[in-house]
Design a protein around this ligand. Structure first.
Ligand SMILES: [Zn+2]
Length: 87
């Protein structure tokens, strides 16, 4: 049985289900923490983003997966601040 060691992007909280989802460091190596939508060439794609702005970005994706806006906002407000980028 394979070990369930689920990783999440430490910026947006997206499940990192594929190798190709990881962002790249400045030297071309794969980031171990961040997805390609958040991180490229060693830095965040959107710098100076607040955790609240990230919540606003994530909520529509959650709604597309069937969550209500209220529930999605609550979940992201609880989850995103625990990630490395926002600590
Ligand atoms: Zn991300």
């Amino acid at each position: 049985m394979t070990q369930m060691n689920e990783k999440f992007c430490q910026s947006c909280g997206m499940p990192m289900t594929e190798e190709g989802l990881y962002g790249l460091e400045a030297n071309g190596e794969k980031s171990s923490d961040y997805c390609k939508y958040c991180y490229a060439e060693g830095k965040f794609v959107t710098e100076n983003l607040s955790v609240h702005e990230m919540v606003a970005i994530c909520v529509p994706h959650m709604k597309a997966q069937g969550f209500t806006e209220e529930k999605a906002t609550e979940m992201m407000n609880n989850f995103l601040p625990t990630l490395k980028r926002w600590k």
